[in-house]
Design a protein around this ligand. Structure first.
Ligand SMILES: N[C@@H](CCC(=O)N[C@@H](CS)C(=O)NCC(=O)O)C(=O)O
Length: 213
């Protein structure tokens, strides 16, 4: 059985949980008390992930980190959601890299500052991040104008990676998708209909925290 280290506010953890459920694989969650600083301790970094990040996936003796690596590993191992040809697999990798650099990373940071940071966010920093987000969301929205899923005609881990933070309440980020990125909106509806989709707060460990700012 897979063991997934993470917590419910973590969309990066959700990506892995969504794929495990879509693949119908048994897994158990391992709660990581991120909000109280566990991943910043030397002990956690020495024993679990030197990068100080979740998600972490244990598959028996094998331990993997970085959601893109984990998604690629699971897609390859179970022969699904990875793309059906070499060209599709490369296209999936292209979007995973874009997601990790410019989509999830900016969105997760923006949402963390707005919802969970110990101090009120700096307006100038938020405005800069919002500009980066508007560009990245525009790129994905335009790509989805011509297709139902990011790569090929079927869902892949590119979709599962990009959507990781987009099912959380809009109030947590204050970043509105509805009415601004219509192709992303309809794509999210398609993803919600996939086997394995669930609300992150229903399947991942930890307590709900109301947005702070
Ligand atoms: N690229 C990494 C990002 C992981 C990540 O940033 N995880 C957050 C929690 S959702 C974290 O552990 N952040 C700690 C930090 O940024 O120091 C992935 O996709 O796994």
């Amino acid at each position: 059985m897979y063991r997934l280290h993470g917590f419910c506010q973590s969309g990066n953890t959700f990506k892995v949980a969504f794929l495990l459920r879509a693949l119908n694989q048994p897994w158990q969650p391992q709660f990581v008390d991120f909000m109280n600083g566990v991943t910043r301790t030397g002990e956690w970094r020495d024993t679990t992930n030197e990068m100080g990040e979740v998600p972490v996936l244990d598959d028996g003796e094998r331990r993997l980190t970085q959601s893109g690596v984990i998604l690629s590993y699971l897609a390859s191992k179970h022969g699904a959601y990875g793309g059906r040809s070499e060209d599709e697999r490369l296209e999936v990798l292209r979007w995973l890299l874009f997601d990790n650099h410019k989509f999830t990373s900016y969105f997760a940071t923006y949402r963390f500052m707005k919802a969970f940071a110990p101090a009120a966010p700096d307006a100038a920093v938020m405005a800069w991040l919002r500009g980066r987000l508007d560009n990245s969301f525009g790129v994905v929205d335009k790509h989805l104008a011509q297709r139902s899923f990011m790569v090929g005609g079927e869902p892949t881990i590119a979709d599962i990676s990009l959507c990781g933070y987009l099912f959380y309440p809009a109030a947590e980020s204050g970043y509105e998708i509805a009415g601004r990125f219509s192709n992303i909106e309809t794509w999210l509806d398609r993803l919600r209909a996939l086997p394995g989709w669930a609300n992150p707060y229903d399947i991942l460990p930890g307590d709900y925290i109301a947005p702070r700012w």
